[in-house]
Design a protein around this ligand. Sequence first.
Ligand SMILES: NC(=O)C1=CN([C@@H]2O[C@H](COP(=O)(O)OP(=O)(O)OC[C@H]3O[C@@H](n4cnc5c(N)ncnc54)[C@H](OP(=O)(O)O)[C@@H]3O)[C@@H](O)[C@H]2O)C=CC1
Ligand SMILES: O=CCCC(=O)O
Length: 295
Amino acid sequence: MAEAKLNVGFLGLGIMGEAMARNLLKSGLFASVTVWNRTLSKCEPLKSEGAKVADTPAAVVAACDVTFAMLADPDTALAVALGDNGAVAGISAGKGYVDMSTVDEACSSKIGAAVTAKGGRFLEGPVSGSKKPAIDGQLVIMAAGDKELFDLVQPAFGVMGKRSFYLGATGAAARMKLVVNMVMGSMMGAFCEGMALADKAGLEQSALLEILGLGAMANPMFALKGPAIQARAYPPAFPLKHQQKDLRLALALGDALDVPLPVAAAANECYKEAKAKGLGDSDFAAVYESTQKKA
Ligand SMILES: NC(=O)C1=CN([C@@H]2O[C@H](COP(=O)(O)OP(=O)(O)OC[C@H]3O[C@@H](n4cnc5c(N)ncnc54)[C@H](OP(=O)(O)O)[C@@H]3O)[C@@H](O)[C@H]2O)C=CC1
Ligand SMILES: O=CCCC(=O)O
Protein backbone atom coordinates (compact mmCIF):
# COMPACT_ATOMS: atom_id res chain seq x y z
CA MET A 1 0.00 0.00 0.00
CA ALA A 2 1.35 3.48 -0.88
CA GLU A 3 2.45 5.60 2.13
CA ALA A 4 0.12 8.53 2.92
CA LYS A 5 1.55 11.89 1.93
CA LEU A 6 2.76 14.04 4.83
CA ASN A 7 1.34 17.42 5.78
CA VAL A 8 4.38 19.64 6.21
CA GLY A 9 4.85 23.08 7.75
CA PHE A 10 7.46 25.81 7.42
CA LEU A 11 8.30 28.57 9.92
CA GLY A 12 10.44 31.52 8.80
CA LEU A 13 10.20 32.83 5.24
CA GLY A 14 13.37 34.88 5.00
CA ILE A 15 15.90 34.68 2.17
CA MET A 16 16.35 30.94 2.70
CA GLY A 17 13.03 29.85 4.15
CA GLU A 18 10.86 31.22 1.36
CA ALA A 19 12.86 29.36 -1.30
CA MET A 20 12.96 26.14 0.73
CA ALA A 21 9.22 26.21 1.45
CA ARG A 22 8.53 26.91 -2.23
CA ASN A 23 10.49 23.81 -3.22
CA LEU A 24 8.41 21.71 -0.81
CA LEU A 25 5.26 23.16 -2.35
CA LYS A 26 6.38 22.78 -5.97
CA SER A 27 7.42 19.17 -5.48
CA GLY A 28 3.84 17.93 -5.12
CA LEU A 29 5.18 15.30 -2.71
CA PHE A 30 3.21 16.56 0.29
CA ALA A 31 -0.50 16.57 1.12
CA SER A 32 -0.23 20.21 2.19
CA VAL A 33 2.35 22.89 2.99
CA THR A 34 1.41 25.31 5.78
CA VAL A 35 3.59 28.37 6.39
CA TRP A 36 4.06 31.05 9.05
CA ASN A 37 6.30 34.08 9.24
CA ARG A 38 6.57 36.80 11.90
CA THR A 39 5.85 39.40 9.23
CA LEU A 40 2.74 37.64 7.97
CA SER A 41 2.62 39.55 4.67
CA LYS A 42 5.66 37.54 3.55
CA CYS A 43 3.38 34.47 3.42
CA GLU A 44 1.33 35.98 0.57
CA PRO A 45 3.46 34.84 -2.42
CA LEU A 46 3.44 31.23 -1.19
CA LYS A 47 -0.28 31.44 -0.39
CA SER A 48 -0.95 32.48 -3.97
CA GLU A 49 1.05 29.42 -5.09
CA GLY A 50 -1.07 27.02 -3.00
CA ALA A 51 0.36 27.06 0.53
CA LYS A 52 -1.89 27.31 3.58
CA VAL A 53 -1.09 30.08 6.05
CA ALA A 54 -1.40 29.80 9.83
CA ASP A 55 -1.43 32.60 12.39
CA THR A 56 1.04 31.11 14.85
CA PRO A 57 3.87 28.55 14.93
CA ALA A 58 1.69 26.40 17.24
CA ALA A 59 -1.09 26.35 14.64
CA VAL A 60 1.34 25.23 11.92
CA VAL A 61 2.68 22.39 14.03
CA ALA A 62 -0.82 21.33 15.10
CA ALA A 63 -1.85 21.08 11.43
CA CYS A 64 1.23 19.19 10.23
CA ASP A 65 3.03 15.87 10.63
CA VAL A 66 6.44 17.52 10.29
CA THR A 67 7.34 21.22 10.60
CA PHE A 68 10.59 22.78 9.35
CA ALA A 69 12.01 26.04 10.73
CA MET A 70 14.56 28.42 9.19
CA LEU A 71 15.03 31.33 11.59
CA ALA A 72 17.55 34.11 12.09
CA ASP A 73 19.53 33.10 15.18
CA PRO A 74 19.38 31.23 18.51
CA ASP A 75 17.18 33.83 20.27
CA THR A 76 14.69 33.69 17.41
CA ALA A 77 14.72 29.89 17.15
CA LEU A 78 14.06 29.67 20.91
CA ALA A 79 11.29 32.29 20.85
CA VAL A 80 9.51 30.67 17.90
CA ALA A 81 9.77 27.20 19.43
CA LEU A 82 9.18 27.94 23.12
CA GLY A 83 7.33 31.27 23.25
CA ASP A 84 3.59 31.85 23.61
CA ASN A 85 1.84 30.03 20.77
CA GLY A 86 5.25 28.71 19.81
CA ALA A 87 5.91 25.52 17.89
CA VAL A 88 6.20 23.32 20.97
CA ALA A 89 2.67 24.28 22.04
CA GLY A 90 1.42 22.47 18.92
CA ILE A 91 3.50 19.32 19.44
CA SER A 92 1.75 16.06 20.30
CA ALA A 93 2.90 12.44 20.14
CA GLY A 94 4.73 11.53 16.95
CA LYS A 95 4.93 15.00 15.38
CA GLY A 96 8.29 16.01 13.93
CA TYR A 97 10.12 19.33 14.29
CA VAL A 98 13.18 19.99 12.11
CA ASP A 99 15.07 23.18 12.94
CA MET A 100 17.30 24.13 10.00
CA SER A 101 18.43 27.51 11.41
CA THR A 102 22.14 28.01 12.16
CA VAL A 103 22.28 27.96 15.96
CA ASP A 104 24.53 26.61 18.69
CA GLU A 105 24.19 23.25 20.39
CA ALA A 106 22.69 24.70 23.59
CA CYS A 107 19.82 26.25 21.64
CA SER A 108 19.21 23.13 19.58
CA SER A 109 19.31 20.85 22.63
CA LYS A 110 16.86 23.04 24.52
CA ILE A 111 14.36 22.97 21.65
CA GLY A 112 14.91 19.23 21.15
CA ALA A 113 14.27 18.50 24.82
CA ALA A 114 11.02 20.52 24.81
CA VAL A 115 9.79 18.75 21.66
CA THR A 116 10.58 15.26 22.93
CA ALA A 117 9.11 16.03 26.38
CA LYS A 118 5.75 16.34 24.61
CA GLY A 119 6.21 13.07 22.70
CA GLY A 120 7.44 14.75 19.52
CA ARG A 121 10.54 13.97 17.44
CA PHE A 122 13.37 16.44 16.86
CA LEU A 123 16.05 16.86 14.23
CA GLU A 124 18.46 19.74 13.66
CA GLY A 125 19.26 20.34 9.99
CA PRO A 126 21.40 23.41 9.29
CA VAL A 127 22.48 23.90 5.69
CA SER A 128 25.40 25.00 3.55
CA GLY A 129 24.60 26.89 0.38
CA SER A 130 23.05 30.30 0.05
CA LYS A 131 20.12 31.97 -1.73
CA LYS A 132 20.72 30.45 -5.19
CA PRO A 133 21.27 26.86 -3.98
CA ALA A 134 18.15 27.29 -1.82
CA ILE A 135 16.16 28.34 -4.89
CA ASP A 136 17.67 25.51 -6.95
CA GLY A 137 17.14 22.86 -4.24
CA GLN A 138 20.91 22.31 -4.07
CA LEU A 139 21.62 22.84 -0.37
CA VAL A 140 23.90 20.56 1.66
CA ILE A 141 22.02 19.48 4.77
CA MET A 142 23.79 18.57 8.02
CA ALA A 143 21.38 16.70 10.28
CA ALA A 144 21.49 15.26 13.78
CA GLY A 145 18.97 14.00 16.29
CA ASP A 146 16.12 11.53 15.70
CA LYS A 147 17.29 9.08 13.01
CA GLU A 148 13.78 7.85 12.22
CA LEU A 149 12.72 11.43 11.58
CA PHE A 150 15.80 11.89 9.38
CA ASP A 151 14.67 8.89 7.31
CA LEU A 152 11.05 10.12 7.22
CA VAL A 153 12.00 13.56 5.88
CA GLN A 154 14.33 12.30 3.13
CA PRO A 155 11.81 13.30 0.41
CA ALA A 156 11.74 16.85 1.84
CA PHE A 157 15.52 17.01 2.15
CA GLY A 158 15.68 15.67 -1.42
CA VAL A 159 13.76 18.64 -2.81
CA MET A 160 15.56 21.24 -0.66
CA GLY A 161 19.08 19.85 -1.01
CA LYS A 162 21.52 17.83 -3.09
CA ARG A 163 22.95 15.83 -0.16
CA SER A 164 22.01 15.25 3.47
CA PHE A 165 24.36 13.93 6.12
CA TYR A 166 23.22 12.24 9.34
CA LEU A 167 25.88 13.18 11.90
CA GLY A 168 24.60 11.61 15.15
CA ALA A 169 22.98 12.90 18.33
CA THR A 170 21.50 16.41 18.59
CA GLY A 171 24.29 18.98 18.68
CA ALA A 172 26.58 17.31 16.13
CA ALA A 173 25.04 19.13 13.15
CA ALA A 174 24.98 22.46 14.98
CA ARG A 175 28.69 22.06 15.75
CA MET A 176 29.53 20.97 12.21
CA LYS A 177 27.70 23.92 10.70
CA LEU A 178 29.57 26.36 12.95
CA VAL A 179 32.91 24.84 11.95
CA VAL A 180 31.99 25.10 8.26
CA ASN A 181 30.90 28.73 8.59
CA MET A 182 33.93 29.63 10.68
CA VAL A 183 36.11 28.49 7.78
CA MET A 184 33.93 30.38 5.30
CA GLY A 185 33.95 33.63 7.29
CA SER A 186 37.73 33.52 7.71
CA MET A 187 38.24 32.72 4.02
CA MET A 188 36.08 35.66 2.99
CA GLY A 189 38.01 37.93 5.38
CA ALA A 190 41.37 36.87 3.90
CA PHE A 191 40.00 37.23 0.37
CA CYS A 192 38.80 40.78 1.04
CA GLU A 193 42.17 41.76 2.47
CA GLY A 194 43.81 40.38 -0.68
CA MET A 195 41.44 42.35 -2.90
CA ALA A 196 42.10 45.54 -0.92
CA LEU A 197 45.88 45.08 -0.93
CA ALA A 198 45.90 44.33 -4.67
CA ASP A 199 43.98 47.54 -5.31
CA LYS A 200 46.26 49.69 -3.16
CA ALA A 201 49.34 48.03 -4.68
CA GLY A 202 48.30 49.19 -8.15
CA LEU A 203 47.14 45.76 -9.33
CA GLU A 204 43.93 44.94 -11.19
CA GLN A 205 41.50 43.11 -8.91
CA SER A 206 40.17 41.31 -11.99
CA ALA A 207 43.66 39.92 -12.65
CA LEU A 208 43.89 38.72 -9.04
CA LEU A 209 40.51 36.98 -9.44
CA GLU A 210 41.66 35.25 -12.62
CA ILE A 211 44.96 34.13 -11.09
CA LEU A 212 43.26 32.80 -7.93
CA GLY A 213 40.68 31.06 -10.11
CA LEU A 214 43.31 29.12 -12.02
CA GLY A 215 45.18 27.74 -9.02
CA ALA A 216 44.67 25.56 -5.98
CA MET A 217 42.61 28.30 -4.28
CA ALA A 218 39.94 28.36 -7.02
CA ASN A 219 36.49 28.19 -5.45
CA PRO A 220 32.92 29.22 -6.29
CA MET A 221 32.79 31.76 -3.45
CA PHE A 222 35.68 33.91 -4.74
CA ALA A 223 34.31 33.65 -8.29
CA LEU A 224 30.82 34.72 -7.18
CA LYS A 225 31.72 37.40 -4.64
CA GLY A 226 34.78 38.87 -6.41
CA PRO A 227 32.77 40.92 -8.93
CA ALA A 228 30.45 42.18 -6.14
CA ILE A 229 33.49 43.33 -4.17
CA GLN A 230 34.93 45.06 -7.25
CA ALA A 231 31.62 46.88 -7.69
CA ARG A 232 31.29 47.42 -3.91
CA ALA A 233 27.64 46.37 -4.27
CA TYR A 234 26.35 43.81 -1.79
CA PRO A 235 22.74 42.68 -2.37
CA PRO A 236 22.15 40.15 0.42
CA ALA A 237 22.33 36.42 -0.27
CA PHE A 238 23.92 35.61 3.09
CA PRO A 239 23.44 38.64 5.37
CA LEU A 240 26.63 39.81 7.07
CA LYS A 241 24.93 39.86 10.49
CA HIS A 242 24.34 36.11 10.20
CA GLN A 243 27.98 35.41 9.26
CA GLN A 244 29.11 37.43 12.29
CA LYS A 245 26.65 35.48 14.48
CA ASP A 246 28.15 32.22 13.19
CA LEU A 247 31.71 33.37 13.94
CA ARG A 248 30.61 34.46 17.41
CA LEU A 249 29.04 31.05 18.07
CA ALA A 250 32.05 29.18 16.64
CA LEU A 251 34.41 31.21 18.85
CA ALA A 252 32.26 30.34 21.87
CA LEU A 253 32.55 26.66 20.91
CA GLY A 254 36.32 27.10 20.66
CA ASP A 255 36.36 28.76 24.09
CA ALA A 256 34.37 25.91 25.62
CA LEU A 257 36.75 23.34 24.15
CA ASP A 258 39.99 25.32 24.72
CA VAL A 259 40.77 25.38 21.00
CA PRO A 260 42.77 28.47 19.97
CA LEU A 261 41.07 30.20 17.03
CA PRO A 262 43.12 33.37 16.40
CA VAL A 263 42.36 33.56 12.66
CA ALA A 264 38.59 33.30 13.19
CA ALA A 265 38.79 35.77 16.08
CA ALA A 266 40.51 38.32 13.82
CA ALA A 267 37.96 37.73 11.07
CA ASN A 268 35.15 38.21 13.59
CA GLU A 269 36.50 41.68 14.43
CA CYS A 270 36.28 42.62 10.73
CA TYR A 271 32.62 41.52 10.55
CA LYS A 272 31.86 43.40 13.77
CA GLU A 273 33.40 46.52 12.27
CA ALA A 274 31.37 46.13 9.07
CA LYS A 275 28.21 45.59 11.14
CA ALA A 276 28.96 48.74 13.10
CA LYS A 277 29.18 50.56 9.75
CA GLY A 278 25.54 49.61 9.14
CA LEU A 279 26.26 46.70 6.81
CA GLY A 280 24.57 43.92 8.83
CA ASP A 281 21.80 43.44 6.28
CA SER A 282 24.18 43.54 3.30
CA ASP A 283 25.75 40.41 1.89
CA PHE A 284 28.67 39.12 3.96
CA ALA A 285 31.04 40.14 1.12
CA ALA A 286 30.53 43.65 2.49
CA VAL A 287 33.19 42.75 5.05
CA TYR A 288 35.41 44.20 2.30
CA GLU A 289 34.38 47.62 3.61
CA SER A 290 36.24 46.91 6.86
CA THR A 291 39.45 46.98 4.81
CA GLN A 292 38.76 50.56 3.69
CA LYS A 293 40.08 53.61 5.52
CA LYS A 294 37.53 55.36 7.70
CA ALA A 295 36.07 58.46 6.02
N1 LIG B 1 21.19 33.37 3.70
C1 LIG B 1 22.06 32.36 3.63
O1 LIG B 1 22.88 32.28 2.69
C2 LIG B 1 22.08 31.27 4.64
C3 LIG B 1 21.52 31.44 5.90
N2 LIG B 1 21.59 30.40 6.80
C4 LIG B 1 20.99 30.53 8.13
O2 LIG B 1 19.59 30.36 7.94
C5 LIG B 1 18.86 31.17 8.86
C6 LIG B 1 17.95 32.13 8.09
O3 LIG B 1 18.76 32.89 7.24
P1 LIG B 1 18.14 33.90 6.15
O4 LIG B 1 16.94 33.31 5.52
O5 LIG B 1 19.28 34.33 5.32
O6 LIG B 1 17.74 35.09 7.12
P2 LIG B 1 16.71 36.29 6.95
O7 LIG B 1 17.28 37.36 7.80
O8 LIG B 1 16.42 36.55 5.53
O9 LIG B 1 15.37 35.69 7.61
C7 LIG B 1 15.28 35.52 8.98
C8 LIG B 1 13.95 34.91 9.35
O10 LIG B 1 13.85 34.90 10.81
C9 LIG B 1 12.68 35.63 11.16
N3 LIG B 1 12.85 36.37 12.42
C10 LIG B 1 13.84 37.22 12.74
N4 LIG B 1 13.67 37.67 14.00
C11 LIG B 1 12.52 37.10 14.47
C12 LIG B 1 11.83 37.15 15.70
N5 LIG B 1 12.27 37.90 16.71
N6 LIG B 1 10.70 36.41 15.82
C13 LIG B 1 10.26 35.64 14.81
N7 LIG B 1 10.88 35.54 13.62
C14 LIG B 1 12.00 36.27 13.45
C15 LIG B 1 12.42 36.59 10.02
O11 LIG B 1 11.08 37.03 10.07
P3 LIG B 1 10.65 38.46 9.43
O12 LIG B 1 10.49 38.20 7.98
O13 LIG B 1 9.41 38.82 10.13
O14 LIG B 1 11.80 39.42 9.72
C16 LIG B 1 12.73 35.67 8.84
O15 LIG B 1 11.69 34.78 8.60
C17 LIG B 1 19.93 31.87 9.73
O16 LIG B 1 20.14 31.09 10.87
C18 LIG B 1 21.17 31.86 8.82
O17 LIG B 1 22.36 31.91 9.56
C19 LIG B 1 22.17 29.19 6.50
C20 LIG B 1 22.70 29.00 5.26
C21 LIG B 1 22.76 30.03 4.26
O1 LIG C 1 25.30 29.92 6.39
C1 LIG C 1 25.44 30.32 5.23
C2 LIG C 1 26.22 29.58 4.27
C3 LIG C 1 26.30 30.23 2.93
C4 LIG C 1 26.98 29.31 1.96
O2 LIG C 1 27.24 28.13 2.28
O3 LIG C 1 27.24 29.77 0.84
